[in-house]
Structures are given as C-alpha cells and as structure tokens.
Design a protein around this ligand. Structure first.
Ligand code: 6CS
Length: 282
C-alpha cells in the first residue's frame, strides 16, 4: 500500500491519504498497524505536550514517546491529526485514531471510556493572567465567586471541567480552541484568565514576549494530573504491548531522555500508576 502524508496548509496538519485499500482489520490490532506501517494518533498541538511545526513535523513529548514505542513494536511511524480534547475519545471510539498521544490526563471517567497505558506526562494546572492579577484569581473557586470573572479553557478539557465543578457558570467558561487563541483573548481582555497545564502556559509566555502577562502556578486546589497513551476499549492487547515497551524505556533511562528536555519529570510519571490515577477521587 502506497502511503503519502500530505501536509495541509499552514496548520501543518499531517493528513494521511492512503492509496489502496487499508489492511483488513484482523483480531490482532498490532499486526494491523505493522501492516499499515504507521499508527494514527490524535494530538492537540499544545507544546510541550504536542506540537506541529509549520512544516508539518510532529513533535512534543507525547508523540516522541509514542513514535519510539511504536517503532520498537514494529510500527514504523506515527501519523498525527489535530483534535480538540473533547473530541479525542469519541474519535478513538469511532476508529478515526489508533491511539491518543496528546497529554489526555487520566481521570476515572476517562479511564472508563478508553484503555490507558501506564503514566507518561505529569503536570499541574496554571492560570495565565494580566500582570498584577487584577482580580486576585489563584483558584477556580475565586473565579466562580467573582460574578464578573471569566476563564478560557480547552473544550472538553480538564481545566474547563475544573472551572465548572468549582461553580463557574457555563457562560463564564469560554471554550478556547488553542493556545495562541487563548493568549490573544487574554491580551484583548476578552477573558480574565486562561487555564492550561503549567508547562503549556509557560511555553506560551516564553513565546509571547509580552511583559503584561502573569502566571499563577499551580492553581490552588487543583490536582497534579498525568496522561497516558489512550487506546480503544478492546485494544487492550495493543495497550499491554505498548506498556511493556514503555516500562523498558523507563527502566533504561531513555524515557527521561525523551521527556525531560521538554520540562517533564520522568520520576513523577514513574512514581504513580494507571491504577492509582484511574481510581483517584473524582
Ligand atoms: O487532558 C486534558 O484535558 C488537558 N491536557 C492537556 C495536556 N492540556 C489541556 C487539556 O485540558
């Protein structure tokens, strides 16, 4: 089968155009992926978790770990498509992705919907605010308690859920499609706070070159989350094979070499487990 990866537009979204019928699905998903020659992964384009360059090159800690593991499993490459967090699990369940490798944090309700690998990337939550933090927001509850407070967060993302659970009314939680949009909305005063994981916010600030920004990290009362690669329920054999290679990477020190240059802690991921994260208090 002749596969061509077509880079569409400036978004650099790697779109797969396959010529010839895809390998027929078999009972062995890993064999299917080996025959296909690549694994289709969902990402968000939120550095340093995931990133797509102007040339379409996919990087970021999550895809870099996934690429290495799939290679060791005999799957030559990954082909990424950008998705909103809230659409990743439905896309996986609908067969549009073979895995989600995007920093999709493990939480009990997600663990019921997908088959997660063991932990990969851990991070706390942050607020991006105007310099001086004019409304004094350090927690999601602060925003809920201020009737004028507004917060931007990814659609279907953890920060959106944390804001709603803290009591911020739906009309004051603004869905933001990506980091650059969130930064602009904050700079233009359309939101009071923009919430993403700490490393994502720090990456935005580093690139913004704007002295009128301030970061609150960690957000008071919000847990540290960890992601894993997410597989479709039913693909547990593939997930287990992935975990075997992930464990080898962790043990050899290669896992740290991949993720720590991005700012992530290998020790943080290795100090917890899927079981702990999937049974954590809701
Ligand atoms: O898993 C999530 O929902 C969150 N994960 C990341 C890496 N960024 C924002 C998103 O809400």
């Amino acid at each position: 089968m002749n596969i061509i990866k077509i880079l569409a537009g400036t978004a650099g979204i790697a779109i797969l155009a396959s010529f010839g019928a895809p390998a027929p699905a078999s009972a062995d998903k890993l064999e299917d992926l080996r025959a296909q020659g690549f694994a289709r992964v969902a990402i968000a384009n939120e550095p340093p978790f995931t990133a797509v360059g102007a040339d379409g090159k996919v990087s970021g800690a999550a895809p870099d770990v996934a690429r290495e593991i799939f290679k060791r499993l005999g799957v030559a490459d990954i082909v990424a498509s950008i998705s909103e967090y809230g659409a990743m699990i439905p896309g996986l369940q609908a067969g549009r992705h073979d895995a989600v490798t995007a920093g999709l944090f493990m939480k009990p309700e997600r663990c019921e919907a997908v088959a997660y690998s063991e932990p990969v990337l851990c991070d706390a939550e942050a607020f991006l605010l105007k310099k001086g933090n004019p409304k004094g927001f350090v927690s999601y509850a602060d925003i809920a308690n201020d009737p004028t407070g507004t917060i931007g967060a990814p659609g279907g993302g953890t920060e959106e859920k944390l804001a709603l659970e803290a009591g911020v009314p739906r009309d004051r939680v603004i869905v933001v499609p990506d980091g650059q949009s969130g930064l602009k909305m904050l700079q233009d005063g359309r939101i009071d706070a923009y919430s993403l994981p700490v490393l994502s916010i720090n990456d935005l600030v580093k690139k913004a070159n704007d002295p009128n920004l301030e970061v609150v990290a960690p957000v008071k009362g919000a847990p540290v989350y960890c992601d894993g690669a997410a597989f479709k329920k039913g693909d547990e054999a593939l997930r287990d094979a992935y975990d075997v290679e992930l464990a080898k990477l962790k043990k050899s020190g290669e896992f740290a070499k991949i993720i720590e240059p991005y700012g992530f802690s290998a020790a943080a991921a290795m100090s917890t487990s899927r079981e702990k994260l999937c049974t954590a208090a809701k």
